[in-house]
Ligand binder design. Structure first.
Ligand code: CTP
Ligand code: MG
Length: 220
Protein backbone atom coordinates (compact mmCIF):
# COMPACT_ATOMS: atom_id res chain seq x y z
CA UNK A 1 0.00 0.00 0.00
CA UNK A 2 1.30 3.46 -0.85
CA UNK A 3 1.70 5.95 1.95
CA UNK A 4 -0.47 9.02 1.60
CA UNK A 5 1.76 11.95 2.49
CA UNK A 6 -1.33 13.95 3.54
CA UNK A 7 -2.14 11.45 6.27
CA UNK A 8 -1.11 12.71 9.69
CA UNK A 9 1.65 10.74 11.38
CA UNK A 10 0.74 8.21 14.04
CA UNK A 11 3.31 8.93 16.75
CA UNK A 12 4.07 6.40 19.50
CA UNK A 13 6.59 6.69 22.32
CA UNK A 14 8.31 3.88 24.18
CA UNK A 15 9.41 4.91 27.69
CA UNK A 16 12.05 2.44 28.88
CA UNK A 17 11.89 1.97 32.64
CA UNK A 18 13.02 -1.63 33.10
CA UNK A 19 16.54 -1.02 34.43
CA UNK A 20 17.76 -2.09 37.87
CA UNK A 21 19.64 1.12 38.73
CA UNK A 22 22.96 -0.51 39.67
CA UNK A 23 24.82 2.79 39.89
CA UNK A 24 21.97 4.46 41.77
CA UNK A 25 21.63 1.59 44.19
CA UNK A 26 17.99 0.68 43.41
CA UNK A 27 15.05 1.19 41.08
CA UNK A 28 15.52 4.95 40.56
CA UNK A 29 12.66 5.12 38.05
CA UNK A 30 10.11 4.81 40.88
CA UNK A 31 11.61 7.54 43.10
CA UNK A 32 9.27 10.49 43.70
CA UNK A 33 10.06 13.94 42.32
CA UNK A 34 7.53 16.37 43.80
CA UNK A 35 4.16 14.70 43.10
CA UNK A 36 5.23 12.12 40.48
CA UNK A 37 7.70 9.27 39.97
CA UNK A 38 10.46 9.63 37.36
CA UNK A 39 8.50 7.30 35.06
CA UNK A 40 5.38 9.42 35.43
CA UNK A 41 7.29 12.64 34.59
CA UNK A 42 8.66 10.99 31.44
CA UNK A 43 5.26 9.59 30.42
CA UNK A 44 3.54 12.94 30.99
CA UNK A 45 5.97 14.74 28.64
CA UNK A 46 5.55 11.97 26.03
CA UNK A 47 1.75 11.89 26.17
CA UNK A 48 1.47 15.54 25.13
CA UNK A 49 2.89 14.72 21.67
CA UNK A 50 2.11 11.02 21.20
CA UNK A 51 -0.93 9.12 19.97
CA UNK A 52 0.08 6.35 22.38
CA UNK A 53 2.75 5.56 24.97
CA UNK A 54 4.17 2.14 25.88
CA UNK A 55 5.92 1.92 29.25
CA UNK A 56 8.49 -0.85 29.63
CA UNK A 57 8.70 -2.04 33.25
CA UNK A 58 11.06 -4.43 35.08
CA UNK A 59 10.26 -8.14 34.85
CA UNK A 60 7.86 -8.93 37.69
CA UNK A 61 6.37 -5.41 37.97
CA UNK A 62 2.56 -5.14 37.93
CA UNK A 63 1.34 -4.32 34.42
CA UNK A 64 -1.54 -2.09 33.37
CA UNK A 65 -2.85 -1.32 29.87
CA UNK A 66 -0.02 0.25 27.86
CA UNK A 67 2.81 -1.36 29.82
CA UNK A 68 4.96 -4.42 29.11
CA UNK A 69 7.88 -6.15 30.79
CA UNK A 70 11.43 -5.39 29.63
CA UNK A 71 14.58 -7.45 29.29
CA UNK A 72 18.16 -7.76 30.54
CA UNK A 73 19.65 -4.91 28.49
CA UNK A 74 18.21 -1.56 27.45
CA UNK A 75 18.11 -2.77 23.84
CA UNK A 76 16.14 -5.84 24.92
CA UNK A 77 13.69 -3.55 26.70
CA UNK A 78 13.26 -1.34 23.63
CA UNK A 79 12.61 -4.48 21.60
CA UNK A 80 9.89 -5.54 24.09
CA UNK A 81 8.35 -2.08 23.78
CA UNK A 82 8.50 -2.16 19.98
CA UNK A 83 6.53 -5.41 19.94
CA UNK A 84 3.69 -3.58 21.70
CA UNK A 85 3.63 -0.54 19.38
CA UNK A 86 0.77 -0.87 16.84
CA UNK A 87 1.83 -1.79 13.31
CA UNK A 88 0.33 1.44 11.92
CA UNK A 89 2.61 3.74 13.97
CA UNK A 90 4.58 5.89 11.51
CA UNK A 91 6.97 7.62 13.94
CA UNK A 92 8.38 5.99 17.08
CA UNK A 93 10.16 7.88 19.87
CA UNK A 94 12.27 6.09 22.46
CA UNK A 95 12.74 7.84 25.80
CA UNK A 96 14.55 7.01 29.05
CA UNK A 97 12.42 7.14 32.21
CA UNK A 98 15.70 8.22 33.81
CA UNK A 99 15.35 11.64 32.08
CA UNK A 100 12.26 13.05 33.80
CA UNK A 101 12.69 16.65 32.60
CA UNK A 102 13.04 16.21 28.84
CA UNK A 103 10.49 18.77 27.66
CA UNK A 104 7.55 18.36 25.33
CA UNK A 105 9.35 20.94 23.17
CA UNK A 106 12.28 18.56 22.68
CA UNK A 107 9.83 15.78 21.73
CA UNK A 108 8.33 18.15 19.16
CA UNK A 109 11.76 18.99 17.72
CA UNK A 110 12.78 15.36 17.15
CA UNK A 111 9.37 14.48 15.69
CA UNK A 112 9.44 17.48 13.33
CA UNK A 113 12.91 16.45 12.15
CA UNK A 114 11.53 13.04 11.13
CA UNK A 115 8.62 14.72 9.35
CA UNK A 116 11.16 16.75 7.38
CA UNK A 117 12.49 13.48 5.93
CA UNK A 118 15.37 12.05 8.01
CA UNK A 119 15.43 8.54 9.50
CA UNK A 120 16.36 9.49 13.04
CA UNK A 121 16.69 12.58 15.26
CA UNK A 122 18.39 12.90 18.64
CA UNK A 123 18.62 15.80 21.09
CA UNK A 124 22.17 16.84 21.87
CA UNK A 125 24.13 19.35 23.92
CA UNK A 126 27.67 20.64 23.39
CA UNK A 127 30.50 18.80 25.14
CA UNK A 128 32.22 21.09 27.65
CA UNK A 129 35.12 18.82 28.65
CA UNK A 130 37.94 17.81 26.33
CA UNK A 131 37.37 14.15 25.38
CA UNK A 132 40.18 11.64 24.81
CA UNK A 133 40.10 8.14 23.41
CA UNK A 134 42.28 5.69 25.39
CA UNK A 135 43.40 2.08 25.00
CA UNK A 136 42.87 -0.68 27.59
CA UNK A 137 46.05 0.42 29.44
CA UNK A 138 44.73 3.97 29.78
CA UNK A 139 47.18 5.37 27.24
CA UNK A 140 45.70 8.26 25.28
CA UNK A 141 45.16 7.38 21.64
CA UNK A 142 43.65 10.61 20.35
CA UNK A 143 41.94 13.89 21.23
CA UNK A 144 38.92 14.36 18.94
CA UNK A 145 38.08 17.90 17.85
CA UNK A 146 35.53 19.04 20.44
CA UNK A 147 33.61 21.15 17.94
CA UNK A 148 32.61 17.89 16.25
CA UNK A 149 31.38 16.19 19.45
CA UNK A 150 27.90 16.23 20.98
CA UNK A 151 26.48 14.56 24.08
CA UNK A 152 23.18 12.98 23.11
CA UNK A 153 20.05 12.49 25.15
CA UNK A 154 16.55 11.11 24.73
CA UNK A 155 13.82 11.31 23.43
CA UNK A 156 15.14 9.97 20.12
CA UNK A 157 12.65 9.80 17.23
CA UNK A 158 12.67 7.52 14.20
CA UNK A 159 10.71 6.71 11.08
CA UNK A 160 8.96 3.57 12.40
CA UNK A 161 9.93 1.29 9.51
CA UNK A 162 13.63 2.19 9.93
CA UNK A 163 13.69 1.61 13.71
CA UNK A 164 11.93 -1.74 13.36
CA UNK A 165 14.38 -2.81 10.66
CA UNK A 166 17.34 -1.78 12.85
CA UNK A 167 16.06 -3.74 15.83
CA UNK A 168 15.26 -6.77 13.68
CA UNK A 169 18.76 -6.78 12.22
CA UNK A 170 21.07 -5.83 15.06
CA UNK A 171 21.63 -7.05 18.58
CA UNK A 172 22.83 -4.11 20.67
CA UNK A 173 23.98 -0.50 20.46
CA UNK A 174 24.82 2.25 22.94
CA UNK A 175 21.70 4.12 21.90
CA UNK A 176 18.85 3.58 19.47
CA UNK A 177 20.26 5.96 16.90
CA UNK A 178 23.51 3.94 16.74
CA UNK A 179 21.57 0.95 15.35
CA UNK A 180 19.96 3.10 12.68
CA UNK A 181 23.37 4.66 11.85
CA UNK A 182 24.86 1.17 11.43
CA UNK A 183 22.20 0.42 8.83
CA UNK A 184 23.19 3.57 6.94
CA UNK A 185 20.21 5.65 8.09
CA UNK A 186 20.44 9.45 8.23
CA UNK A 187 20.31 10.68 11.83
CA UNK A 188 20.40 14.38 12.76
CA UNK A 189 20.84 16.20 16.06
CA UNK A 190 18.43 18.81 17.38
CA UNK A 191 18.99 21.12 20.34
CA UNK A 192 18.74 19.27 23.66
CA UNK A 193 18.47 20.89 27.09
CA UNK A 194 20.58 20.63 30.27
CA UNK A 195 17.36 19.78 32.11
CA UNK A 196 17.11 16.47 30.22
CA UNK A 197 20.06 15.26 32.33
CA UNK A 198 19.97 11.53 33.06
CA UNK A 199 19.49 10.45 36.67
CA UNK A 200 22.28 7.95 37.26
CA UNK A 201 23.49 8.46 40.86
CA UNK A 202 21.90 9.66 44.13
CA UNK A 203 23.55 13.08 43.50
CA UNK A 204 21.62 13.36 40.24
CA UNK A 205 18.39 12.65 42.13
CA UNK A 206 19.23 15.42 44.63
CA UNK A 207 19.58 17.83 41.71
CA UNK A 208 16.29 16.53 40.23
CA UNK A 209 14.42 17.05 43.52
CA UNK A 210 15.56 20.68 43.61
CA UNK A 211 14.67 21.13 39.95
CA UNK A 212 11.18 19.63 40.49
CA UNK A 213 10.70 21.89 43.51
CA UNK A 214 11.59 24.95 41.42
CA UNK A 215 9.27 23.82 38.63
CA UNK A 216 6.28 23.23 40.90
CA UNK A 217 6.87 26.62 42.58
CA UNK A 218 6.89 28.32 39.19
CA UNK A 219 10.50 29.48 39.66
CA UNK A 220 11.61 28.03 36.28
N1 CTP B 1 16.58 0.33 30.93
C1 CTP B 1 15.63 -0.63 30.60
N2 CTP B 1 15.96 -1.96 30.61
C2 CTP B 1 17.21 -2.35 30.94
C3 CTP B 1 18.19 -1.38 31.26
C4 CTP B 1 17.85 -0.04 31.24
O1 CTP B 1 14.48 -0.28 30.31
N3 CTP B 1 17.47 -3.65 30.98
C5 CTP B 1 16.19 1.75 31.00
C6 CTP B 1 16.35 2.36 32.40
O2 CTP B 1 15.22 2.06 33.22
C7 CTP B 1 16.52 3.83 32.10
C8 CTP B 1 17.15 3.84 30.70
O3 CTP B 1 17.01 2.52 30.17
O4 CTP B 1 15.29 4.53 32.07
C9 CTP B 1 18.61 4.27 30.74
O5 CTP B 1 19.35 3.32 31.47
P1 CTP B 1 20.27 3.61 32.73
O6 CTP B 1 20.25 5.05 33.08
O7 CTP B 1 21.57 2.93 32.49
O8 CTP B 1 19.43 2.89 33.90
P2 CTP B 1 19.76 1.52 34.62
O9 CTP B 1 20.21 0.52 33.62
O10 CTP B 1 18.59 1.19 35.48
O11 CTP B 1 20.98 1.95 35.57
P3 CTP B 1 22.40 1.19 35.74
O12 CTP B 1 23.03 1.16 34.36
O13 CTP B 1 23.14 2.03 36.72
O14 CTP B 1 22.07 -0.18 36.27
MG1 MG C 1 22.03 0.86 32.48
Amino acid sequence: MCMNSNEPDNVWTIVVAAGSGQRFGGAKQFEMLADKTLVEWAVTAAQAVSDGVIVVLPPGAALSPGSVHGGASRSDSVRCGLAAVPADATIICVHDAARPFASTGVFRSVIEAIQSGVDGAVPAVDVVDTIKTVNSEGVVMSTPDRSMLRAVQTPQAFRATVLRRAYDALVDGTDDAALVEKLGGKVVVVRGTPAARKITTPEDLEWARQYAHSLTNGEI
